[in-house]
Design a protein around this ligand. Structure first.
Ligand code: ZN
Length: 416
């Protein structure tokens, strides 16, 4: 990016809009920009970042239309502290429909397809409503089963024959487990594609990670990664090349920055910082998501030149400092996801009296003192360089702690 180069027109429109309509940005950008029309990237880089705390502490200051024009209110998932509200106007809902139409199209979903939604549409969950609107925009059909309920998911798959599922990857393991135990033939059903949400299914080289492999070893489906957060109201999605999730450049401006706020090079890790384009309810400028990923800018083999993001390496506030090593939760997941006998697990990160992180893994009680337990210890030793503590509980107890009724995503880790 040339610093003297002027910023794209869409970004100028976002700036003009927030300077006129957002109390928060009127305050924070006051006096910083001489003339939006002439703003260069070097001036852009001086615009302060917006943090999640800014939104939670000044939530209504971000509202950029009168409350009477709000069509829907969504909240963040709360994986990074308290949930915050994002207000959507009617035009934001239209934008969300277009976003999801484009996203699902990249994953090969097309007019006439039938899609089964295994995530919630309620509880102010943006993704659920985005899928619904996007599928309508695409002229495809939707079966809204919602989260959990493997028996109902399968009876719907067998009855309505959807070609596509939208699912959290670890929930697909539960569907597979249910199918195996109930004589459902995984090789003979209608599902060809699963659009994945909320968890990484690929490794650094874009190959399926252990979770992705575990799914496809049992079930011959095409898995597509997506990445999104509520604040950006936009999804990054894999195309058929499956070499990272494409940015939708009409809806979002992306920066991937190092600790000093400098743009990282191609294929280097940095924090995802976004600016929304064409949102009117809660527009955001230079919002730091806290998510870390690699960005790839070379033209994709699908022909698109839009930047792609690799799998999310971790969240800045989910780095675990354990006995002198830094660990991202995904590294722990990779150990347990691969072991078939581990049906469900939960990671608990707590602090000792010296404020060091302690890791406890909840595992089903059948595994205690078995050869699997021994394998787990060896894998922790080699991958994490340290051995966490283990607590053995009945499977149902762990599942109840991971798939909580009041949460929209599985809670595989908790920081206490
Ligand atoms: Zn592509």
């Amino acid at each position: 990016m040339q610093t003297q180069q002027l910023v794209p027109k869409a970004l100028k429109q976002t700036l003009t809009y927030v300077l006129q309509n957002s109390s928060f940005y009127k305050k924070t950008l006051n006096g910083l920009i001489d003339n939006v029309e002439d703003i260069s990237f070097s001036e852009w880089k001086k615009i302060p970042f917006t943090h999640k705390d800014d939104i939670s502490e000044n939530n209504l200051d971000f509202l950029a239309v009168p409350m009477s024009e709000i069509a829907d209110m969504v909240t963040t998932s709360g994986t990074m502290g308290d949930p915050v509200t994002i207000y959507l106007s009617r035009s934001d809902l239209k934008r969300l429909a277009i976003n999801e139409r484009d996203s699902l199209s990249l994953a090969g979903v097309k007019e006439g397809d039938l899609v089964q939604l295994t995530t919630t549409m309620d509880r102010q969950f943006m993704a659920g409503i985005a899928y619904y609107l996007g599928i309508q925009e695409l002229k495809a059909g939707i079966i809204r089963i919602g989260p959990g309920l493997p028996e109902l998911q399968w009876s719907s798959i067998l009855k309505y024959k959807p070609r596509v599922l939208i699912a959290v990857p670890s929930f697909i393991l539960i569907l597979i487990d249910y199918a195996k135990k109930n004589g459902i033939d995984l090789a003979a059903n209608s599902v060809e594609t699963i659009v994945c949400i909320g968890e990484s299914i690929r490794d650094d080289e874009f190959n399926l990670n252990v979770l992705g492999q575990r799914i496809t070893n049992d079930w011959e489906v095409n898995l597509y990664s997506t990445y999104a957060c509520t604040e950006m109201a936009t999804a990054f999605t894999e195309c058929h090349a499956q070499q990272g999730c494409h940015l939708n450049e009409n809806l979002l401006f992306l920066e991937v920055l190092d600790e000093d706020g400098i743009e990282v090079g191609d294929g280097e890790e940095g924090e995802i910082v976004i600016t929304t384009i064409a949102t009117t309810g809660t527009p955001l400028v230079r919002y730091k998501t806290g998510d870390i990923a690699k960005r790839f800018t070379q033209k994709c083999s699908c022909g698109s030149t839009s930047p792609r993001l690799g799998p999310i390496v971790g969240r800045k506030n989910q780095m675990i400092k354990f006995k002198g090593t830094t660990i991202f939760p995904q590294t722990i997941y990779d150990i347990f996801d691969v072991i078939e006998e581990v049906i469900c697990f939960k990671v608990i990160v707590s602090k000792d009296e010296l404020h060091n992180d302690l890791i406890t893994i909840l595992l089903q009680k059948e595994l205690i003192d078995t050869s699997i337990h021994k394998t787990i210890i060896e894998k922790c030793q080699s991958r994490l360089k340290v051995i966490p503590s283990f607590k053995f509980e009945p499977l149902e107890t762990i599942q109840a702690q991971v798939y909580k009724k009041n949460l929209r995503k599985p809670e595989k880790i908790v920081f206490i």
